[in-house]
Design a protein around this ligand. Structure first.
Ligand code: ADP
Ligand code: MG
Length: 264
């Protein structure tokens, strides 16, 4: 049974998509079978990894849950390494929020769909849009844990209060608490402000991942090549940080388990 992890923050440009892509790639290198779901109509993840849409998109499945979408194979298994599959987004997804708002299963439909893939992977990572609309809320409803990415500056961190309240409410509504961790991205340890903000958040009761993702140009360049950081620049700080993140995350979440799925 895969653990479903939703990457969320209602702000844009805070490293959600970069984290979805590179955490997935890092987990695959540690032997896990990973599925990425691009649940953002901006399609940044789909484009960054050149995910084919010929087998359908998450929009097709959301519009008609009877529609089965076969994930696209991005990277196959090798010795000691898992698979990386992805379900792409479609532009129409952004307009879908209004349509979905009228549906009785508006919050649960995404969970119903994504649950179908649980048996085929060890981890499912969902990338969400930069808004706390129905898409992000239903992705949070569907997950076992969330990662909130943020830059370590004052205004970004102030936004965490609202976001964490929403996450708590979702947990209450579904009758199952929703654990979430904060991941600082685009950090620069030379900036005393960054250090100060990280210390403050650490001291205010949030669950903060001790790995931080440094500002690293290679992470911004990789999408242009259609690859993750490990194929683009395996020796970069970006690759090092995401590898450390995968190790920290799996050490802390023992419910992420290797299962043989028989992929070739
Ligand atoms: P979001 O999905 O939250 O909108 P992205 O992951 O798309 O954010 O990141 C926003 C921009 O910042 C992108 O151009 C991305 O390549 C870049 N970026 C993300 N993380 C880093 C990092 N650690 N170092 C340098 N650039 C980064
Ligand atoms: Mg994004």
């Amino acid at each position: 049974m895969a653990k479903i992890i939703t990457i969320a923050n209602n702000k844009g440009g805070v490293g959600k998509t970069t984290t979805a892509v590179n955490l997935a790639a890092a987990l695959r290198l540690q032997g896990y079978d990973v599925l990425l779901v691009d649940y953002d109509g901006q399609r940044n993840l789909s484009e960054a990894l050149r995910v084919q849409t010929s087998q359908g998109t998450i929009y097709d499945a959301m519009r008609d849950p009877r529609h089965h979408v076969t994930p696209s194979r991005l990277l196959s298994v090798e010795q000691g390494v898992g698979v990386l599959d992805a379900i792409p987004a479609a532009r129409e997804l952004s307009a879908m929020e209004t349509e979905l708002a009228k549906a009785p299963d508006k919050v649960t439909r995404f969970a119903t769909i994504v649950d179908r893939y649980r048996d085929n992977y060890d981890v499912i990572i969902v990338d969400t849009p930069p808004a706390l609309g129905l898409l992000s809320v239903s992705a949070l409803y569907a997950c076992d844990a969330a990662i909130v990415t943020t830059q370590p500056n004052y205004l970004a961190v102030r936004g965490l209060v609202t976001l964490s309240d929403t996450i708590k409410t979702i947990g209450t509504n579904r009758g199952r608490a929703l654990p979430f961790s904060i991941l600082f991205t685009q950090t620069d340890q030379r900036k005393s402000l960054h250090r100060l903000v990280i210390d403050q958040v650490n001291g205010s009761g949030y669950d903060v991942l001790s790995t931080t993702i440094r500002d690293n140009i290679a992470l911004a360049e990789a999408p242009a090549t259609g690859t993750d950081i490990f194929r683009y620049k395996p020796r970069s700080n970006g690759a090092r940080d995401y590898k450390l993140l995968a190790t920290e995350y799996t050490n802390r979440n023992k419910d992420i388990k290797h299962k043989k799925h028989g992929y070739k």
